[in-house]
Design a protein around this ligand. Sequence first.
Ligand code: GSH
Length: 205
Amino acid sequence: MTKPILYTFRRCPYAMRARMSLLNSGVEVELREVLLRDRPQHLMEISPKGTVPVLLLSDGTVIEESLDIMLWSLDESWLIGDWKERIEINDGDFKYHLDRYKYNNRYEDVLSSEEHREHAVAILETYEEVLSNQAYLCGDTISLADLALSPFVRQFANTDREWFNQLPLLHLLKWLEGILESNLFRASMVKHKQWQDGDEPVYFG
Ligand SMILES: N[C@@H](CCC(=O)N[C@@H](CS)C(=O)NCC(=O)O)C(=O)O
């Protein structure tokens, strides 16, 4: 039986959440590290939209959205509380402001980087409030929402770490550090060289 194939890019937050979910599920996959400027032909054939992550199952099914990979790999105990709304806000408004904060000069935009940063912080303040009452975003146990959102909050924090660290978001900071220091996150960030057709398979999981 061939194993599922995961096309992934180490630094992509969507791919991070997919890798954490797959690792957690214990399903072993063949990992193919991609460079976005040099995407493998096979990836483009199975998923012409060309984003990562993409998971190709042994029966030929292609899962080309990170959230669908998460839902495929995690059982129902991970789907607690308002995870859907949280992901909608993250993948929508938060990601919108994060990109325009971090890469402001790539956008024709009337708002400055700092203004987008403030909009993103307003969203983080809502997480802070939740996390001041419970350990994780959807309750006292880790859930899909935590895996799905943390790579994006990490990216926001790392854009200007010194500035981020002085924000009055102490519960959020603790939540983020807890995830980033977990074995799950660390294992999901192990470096792999770019996959080339003909390489020996690299297994992950
Ligand atoms: N909705 C997709 C988004 C994935 C996505 O946008 N990934 C980025 C990398 S972080 C990508 O592949 N971008 C393609 C490109 O930059 O050309 C998902 O959740 O999987």
